[in-house]
Write a protein that binds this ligand. Sequence first.
Ligand SMILES: [Zn+2]
Length: 122
Amino acid sequence: MTDPAMRLPAEPPFDPDAIPSTIVLAAGGRALRLTWAGGSAATLGAEALRLGCRCAWCTRDRIQGRFPAGFEAVTVTQVAPLGGYALHLGFSDGHARGIYPFAYLRDLAREARATEPTPRAA
Ligand SMILES: [Zn+2]
C-alpha cells in the first residue's frame, strides 16, 4: 500500500536561506535580535512574537475570539533551536508551546520593518 502522504518531499520542507546566522535575546528578554547571512537583520519584540504564536492553543483561542489583543510587558524567557528549522520560544506569561519556523520569523521581521521602522523594544 502506497500512501502519498508518507513520501518524503523532494526539497527540504523549509527555506535554508531563512536560517538566521545569529539569534540573540536582547533588552532583558523583551526582544529577539536576528541576523541572516545575506546581511539583513531584525529586532522582533517579545509581544509581537507572543501575539504571533501559532500553536494549537493560541489558534483555538483566536477562533473562539479569546486571544488577547496584547501581552503587555511580556518577555521571552526561553529560546531553543528545534529540528534545525525553527525556534521553540517560551514567554514570561508561562506560555511555551510556540514553534517559530525560521521562515516565519523572517516573515515577521519583514512585517516589522514594514510597519515599525523603529522597534519599540530595541
Ligand atoms: Zn501559543
